[in-house]
Write a protein that binds this ligand. Sequence first.
Ligand SMILES: Cc1ncc(COP(=O)(O)O)c(C=O)c1O
Length: 395
Amino acid sequence: MLKDKIKSGVIYLDNAATSFPKPECVIDAVVNYMTQIGANPGRSGHKLSIEAGQIVFKVRESIAALFKIKNPMNVIFTSNATEALNIAIKGIMQEGDHVITTSMEHNSTIRPLHELEKEALISLAIVQADRNGIIDPKKIKEAITVRTKSVVVNHASNVLGCIQPIREIGKICKENGVIFIVDCAQSAGVVPIDINRDNIGILAFAGHKGLYGPTGTGGMVIADDFDHKKIKPLKYGGTGSLSDKIEQPDFLPDRFESGTLNVAGLSGLLAGSQYIQKKPGGIKGIYLHKNELQKYFIKQAEMQIPGFTCYSSSNLPSVGVIAFRLNNISVSDVAQILSDKYEIMCRQGLHCSPLAHQTIGTFPEGTLRFGFGIFNTKEEIDTAVHALKSISEGN
Ligand SMILES: Cc1ncc(COP(=O)(O)O)c(C=O)c1O
């Protein structure tokens, strides 16, 4: 019954903003919680509250398995990747710290860092990526000083789709005793990530993109051997634990999870996370599918669309996000025509990443962006290429 209710007739290529449609099992899981459970986890002793708590624990386990950490309690749920990045960044940095980040960051990283810099709490080094958006790990190494506390890197670009060499950067962080914070908003569920292998201290993820959970889900994952007491909470309040004390609990996950969790969203996230991990071919299969669609789109567009300029390289591994423009037509006009006339949904502009657009020379107008998802097909790409060709030819 639900399947019939999922919107059809549109081509949704805005999966980098949030994925759509969600798998049916995600919708079923949300409906099941809303209609059959409904209770607040970790607060009361009745069986519905316990059932809600079991769902939340299962999502922790599923996310822990995804990023290869041992202790599910090191998975902290937040309302999105932005909140997780804010906890990590603001919670770790202290007066006098030096932080290294890159020119490919989303505003979710660069804004909290800039704020701390403005308050003269930290000094910031921004390592420049090349024109393909790739960071040379050597440049990170060169930027490290005796005061460097942390390196913050966006794993996969939300503008170009390219993937940073986080294993090499993580190794450098480990050798220099620097905390490695990685923004996996675009890569979680698309690229296999192993916190220990990549020497990540803290990772932020979005639940509503590549993990196919509902909007309003995301989280922070802390490495098993990382001392979480080094991170100051952003929020304080009720956790359902140690209710006799006015002190914030210092254990995980309660230290960072004040207030009622988004259990409806997390129920969907559990289903989404299990869905992608159990899908034939698993996450590797999703990665291959997205890369195939990316290469196909770039090839067809370059062959067929006059005035097509692509900024994403089809020779680099990608999470299926492509930045492009049609010469002489503003990106907003193209996006609007795609939506209104062709029912094709995409995003235009700066994608909350002004520095990335400066890096690739597309600031201030930005680009059009296609973000492919697991349900997109080559037929949909053919339709999109045809539509872009007509727009470019002025039809
Ligand atoms: C690279 C990157 N980081 C962070 C975010 C923020 O994610 P959220 O919307 O879940 O806060 C996004 C969202 O587009 C992103 O692409």
